[in-house]
Design a binder for this molecule. Sequence first.
Ligand SMILES: Cc1cc2nc3c(=O)[nH]c(=O)nc-3n(C[C@H](O)[C@H](O)[C@H](O)COP(=O)(O)O)c2cc1C
Length: 366
Amino acid sequence: MFSNILVPFDGSSTAENALHVAIGLADRKATKLTLLYILNEYAAIGEMQMASPSLYLTHMEGLRRHGNEVLEEARIIAASAGIEARVILCETRVRRAADAICEEAAKGYDAVIMGTHGRRGLQKLMLGSDAERVSRACTIPVLLVPQVSTPYAIDSPFESMAQHLEAARIRARIPDDAPRVLPKPRMEGGMPLLSALKLRRSVRTFQSRPLQPQILSDLLWAAFGINRPGDNRTAPYWRHVKVIEIYVTTAEGTWVYEPARHRLLPCSTEDLRDRTGTQDFVALAPVNLVYVAHGERMTNLSMQDQRIYAGVDAAFIGQNVYLFCASEGLACVFRGALDPVMLARTLNLPEGQFVTFAQTVGFAPM
Ligand SMILES: Cc1cc2nc3c(=O)[nH]c(=O)nc-3n(C[C@H](O)[C@H](O)[C@H](O)COP(=O)(O)O)c2cc1C
């Protein structure tokens, strides 16, 4: 049994296969697992032929973000199998990725497990042909995992990863009613506020492709996540009483966002998107957020006032979502065109709770 495994990881389906092999070989309690993402700066320059220094810096920032995203998603896959993995994003300038992997491997690991091919089109940035070089140059055992045709091996590394997360949950025998782990939200970066305001708009046509786990995580944090100690939130709310809960409806089911642990609590395994509004696009768009109010928490208020204050609370959240979407190049629209009574019944809301508004989020058509 290996006790300290290094898995070079670039988000490709082959790297994911290697990760699953590593998880299979690991002893949940005794094995340390490290996920390594190599970002080769010179390869990036060569690949993108960037002329302008500012464009180059933006490009590098994008690659760094991508690296952190795929590492976080891989960490979640390992965590869902009961293994706490460490992640390393290694930036190299002059060295080949293979040499950086061997250098890390020499730091006390007892095996390297990696895919034979990297991401198509970006191979030079990450693993690719380096696999062979690692197998020759490394001083510890190297297990090369070939590309295998699995139902999850599809072109987009993001979609592939989302499906693997689901597969990992199933393999780890996490029941459907278990909370869904979200990657750590990104609380910095994005577009300057004034630029986001300039781009903010309602969009009503969507592609059906799902949001990546990281984007969903960031979106929910931006909407109504905790941004400072004391359960304080990114949006203001009436009298410091948290009235709004966000229901997240997707093709895979419906969850309730739990800001305190930044995770999703299961509500239904059904696809309820088409019940969240009267416009056709709601059934196709990947995510419909439903802003549900806990009227029972608004003591001494008439029903009419409850609706006013809950509506205002939802609107602040809605504007956060608008600005996040503008910053991320996503499409969204805040919606009142829904049947609140039918939707409350569909979501099984207890007495006192009611639906205020909904908001659709996804990718605009190309
Ligand atoms: C309270 C409220 C309810 C809304 N309901 C809907 C709706 O049901 N469907 C829709 O397509 N847009 C809806 N919108 C979006 C508005 O139509 C949109 O914000 C407005 O036309 C201005 O366009 P803009 O957001 O692109 O600037 C709603 C907006 C608000 C503030």
